[in-house]
Design a protein around this ligand. Structure first.
Ligand SMILES: [Zn+2]
Length: 291
């Protein structure tokens, strides 16, 4: 397992915003202590962004001339966001060489759609560019692989990723998320290649794992060469932003279940805002290594 990271992602912040440098720093400190190996992230280029985003959206973020109550225009955000995309791409490349990789970066990405705000979403949801989508599109364009399954376990629906890969025959998108009175308000039902598993209320670990089992069965049927995971940890029961009732321990089980599929895997950090997140991440990565 390789951790793709750059300290530069800790440089920017918005006072009072839950998507803070501390959340990444705390994960970094724990993974470092546990002896994980790190590799430096590098920014992606504009052409990479244009593989999934419109020119208009890329220009908007680059200029800094936009207003979004959740997703502030911060000086340098275009470069920070490109660094997070570059880390996802690097993780994908490492996974194709046969080693699992985790992109430990911010900002997150799964709410960013083709033209920014995904259809039906009120805001960009802390995301500027869709890190995992660019990495997956790049893997498919390179022609090394033909099919990718994207599994999104963030507590919020991966609406941007769904929008980008809707009806793409090379991609199976699966999202397990909380639904009802929660951002972004989409993902109530499955649409063709986008399978949604909405939870109306917080659930037990057992219930979540049972549903995840169905979802992973769909991935086996699809038979992808590569699995990309949008790993948010805001489904933990103490998460201050969302929360779905999960314990920290459940993430070890989730990791092991994914590992048992025996495919190439890369992981991209999405949300997760509570104090338990570092332990959840550690459990998840250990589970992935064990299975
Ligand atoms: Zn989330």
């Amino acid at each position: 397992m390789r951790i793709v990271f750059s300290e530069r992602c800790l440089e920017y912040f918005e006072p009072g915003h839950p998507e803070s440098p501390e959340r990444i720093l705390n994960i970094y400190v724990l993974l470092k202590k546990e002896g994980f190996k790190f590799i430096e992230a590098e920014p992606c280029c504009e052409e990479d962004l244009l593989m999934v985003h419109s020119e208009e959206h890329v220009k908007r973020i680059k200029s800094g001339e936009f207003y979004d109550p959740d997703t502030p225009s911060i000086p340098g955000i275009y470069d920070y966001a490109r660094l997070a995309v570059g880390a996802a791409i690097k993780s994908m490349e490492i996974s194709l060489e046969g080693e699992k990789a985790f992109s430990l970066m911010r900002p997150p990405g799964h709410h960013a759609g083709v033209n920014g705000r995904a259809l039906g979403a009120p805001t960009l949801g802390f995301c500027y560019f869709n890190n995992i989508a660019v990495a997956c599109r790049k893997a498919l364009r390179n022609g090394e692989i033909n099919k990718i399954a994207i599994l999104d376990i963030d507590c919020h629906h991966g609406n941007g990723t769904q929008e980008i890969f809707f009806r793409d025959p090379q991609v199976l998108f699966i999202s397990l998320h909380r639904y009802g009175g929660i951002y972004p308000g989409t993902g109530e039902r499955s649409l063709e290649n986008c399978l949604n598993y909405p939870f109306l209320h917080p659930v037990s670990d057992e219930e979540y794992i049972r549903v995840l089992g169905f979802a992973l069965g769909e991935i086996e049927k699809f038979n992808p060469e590569l699995i990309a995971i949008s790993a948010g940890f805001d489904a933990h029961k103490c998460d201050p932003v969302c929360g779905l009732g999960l314990s920290a321990k459940s993430y070890a089980v989730i990791g092991r279940m994914i590992s048992k599929l025996n495919r190439k895997v890369f992981i991209v950090l999405e949300g997760g805002y509570g104090g338990e997140v570092p332990q959840c991440v550690l459990n998840f990565l250990k589970g992935l290594e064990e299975g």
